[in-house]
Structures are given as structure tokens and as C-alpha cells.
Write a protein that binds this ligand. Sequence first.
Ligand SMILES: Nc1ncnc2c1ncn2[C@@H]1O[C@H](COP(=O)(O)OP(=O)(O)OP(=O)(O)O)[C@@H](O)[C@H]1O
Length: 294
Amino acid sequence: MNVIRTRALTKRYGKTLALDGLDLEVPGPAVFGYLGPNGAGKTTTIRLLAGLLRATSGHAEVLGLDIGRDRDRAQRRIGYLPGQFTAYPDLTGDQYLRYLAGLRGGVGGKAVAGLAERFDVDLSRRIGGLSHGNRQKIGLIQAFMHEPELLILDEPTIGLDPLMQREFLALVRETRDAGRTVFLSSHILDEVEAVADTVAILRRGHLVVVRPVGELKAQAVRRMELVFAGEPPLAEAEKADGVREATADGSRLHLVVEGSTAELLRVAAPYGIESVVTHEPDLEEIFMTYYEER
Ligand SMILES: Nc1ncnc2c1ncn2[C@@H]1O[C@H](COP(=O)(O)OP(=O)(O)OP(=O)(O)O)[C@@H](O)[C@H]1O
């Protein structure tokens, strides 16, 4: 089932066309990474999906509910973290989360305590007195605490230290493994690469690509070293499919290969390969080609 489905979803702010006919399908359970340069329309999409903005035209369904017509029902089943999370500064974390839990028809106290412990945040302190990172943790707890079927998170790790960022990513994976879906906008490519099953890249209000991360990686450029017993076959390697760069250094070949390395290995095998070192492909380069104007 598609957890999110939009058809020709469009949003204008006056003369600015922020989102231009978005057709998006997100089957669940999954972790779906939503990327794009500044101003691409990510936050606009997220606010439309969360029922906080009205579309100029087109429509969006979340968990099978039309977000325009069935907003309240849909919102009860979503966990939402806005890009700039703010909460009532005079309440303690505990008071604020209890208040929200009440609005949502009750949330187990254990769930809140477990998340607070996991994120190492003191819920007895006034929210106004917390650091930015600790306030963000309260935002994450309120999004996850009622175990919603769909989480929509806008830049969730902003302000979190690396340890907490790792904890967050573990929680996202567990959420997916429990059969739920996380829709995540982020600027941090490593984080998306580490956790997302599929990524969509938005630019100027248009989707430019929606692909499984594994497929993007298969297409990505990777660095390799092949060590030979004797002279390395530089000329043959340079001609092999996918090889972008090749240099020889003693008995070693340093290579940059795009996509499959099968052809290179077939060509090199008769020359007696002693060892192969492949480095993980770097998605950054691929993301950048989609980010840039073409
Ligand atoms: N309330 C608003 N009024 C007018 N224009 C807006 C408003 N909100 C967003 N925009 C414009 O709509 C476009 C998309 O903005 P949006 O915030 O959705 O992008 P984004 O991808 O989330 O960007 P960022 O990565 O910088 O957060 C931008 O051109 C932005 O200036």
C-alpha cells in the first residue's frame, strides 16, 4: 500500500511556485529520504502532507486518507517533526509531552520514559531553558511516542550531537523494521545513505529522481585498487567498460569505476590479480549531479 500518494500537488506562495505538480508514491514500510537544495520545496511538501498548508491545486493522500478532507483523522495517525521545532517554553518536557499525549488520546508513559532515556534528555526541566539540541530531542519524542504508522520528519537531526544522531538513525531503522514508515527530509547525505531505502531528489519544485539507494550505489563511482603478481595491465584496464580513470604504480592499479566492476575484473583476471581493494561508492557525487542545474 502507498503510505503517501500525491497527484499534481502544487503550491504557490504569491508569485513563487514552490511545488509544481508533484506526483509522489511512497510504499510502506520504508525509510524514504527526501533531498534537495535550499528552496527546492521540501518543507512545503512536508507541510502539505502534514495538513498544515492548503495545496493550490492537486491532492495528497496519507495512509489512504485525503489530507484536505480528512485532516484530523490523518493527523492522529502521523508523527510530525517540523523543521524549526518550538514548544511552550514555560512547560517542562514532561508537562508538554503529557499535554500532547492527552490530545492524542493517551500515550503509554513507558514509551515516553524509554525515548527520554534513549535520547538522554531531562524531562523535568523547562523547555525554554534547554539547549537547541535538547529541545530537538523533545520534538523527536513527541513525533515517535504514540508509535504512528507514518513519521514525517523535517531535518530531524539538526542540533543533535553525533552520538544522538546515531541513536536517532537506529530508532528510524527499528521503526521501519516494525512495519512503519519514515519520510525524512535531510541535508546530510551520509545520514540518508545510512538509513533510507529509497531517495527522492527535488529541485525547484520538481522531482528529478526517485530511486532505491542500492540502485544509486550500483550506478555510483567507486575507487578500487588491484594488485598484480607482475606488470599491471594498464592499457587493457583503461579500455574496460565503466573505467573512468586508471593509473599504474608498481604492481598496483588505481582505478575509478562507474557502475559494475565485472568487466574490469574479467579483463584483468588473466594477468594474475593478487588482491582487490574496493572502497564504498560515494553517493555525494551522484547527489550533486542531480542537485546541479542541467
Ligand atoms: N511562507 C512563504 N511565503 C513565500 N514564499 C515561501 C514561503 N515558504 C516557502 N517559500 C518559498 O518557496 C520555495 C520552497 O521553499 P521550501 O521552504 O519548501 O524549500 P526547502 O526545500 O524546504 O528549502 P530548505 O532546504 O532551504 O529548507 C522557496 O523559493 C521559498 O522561498
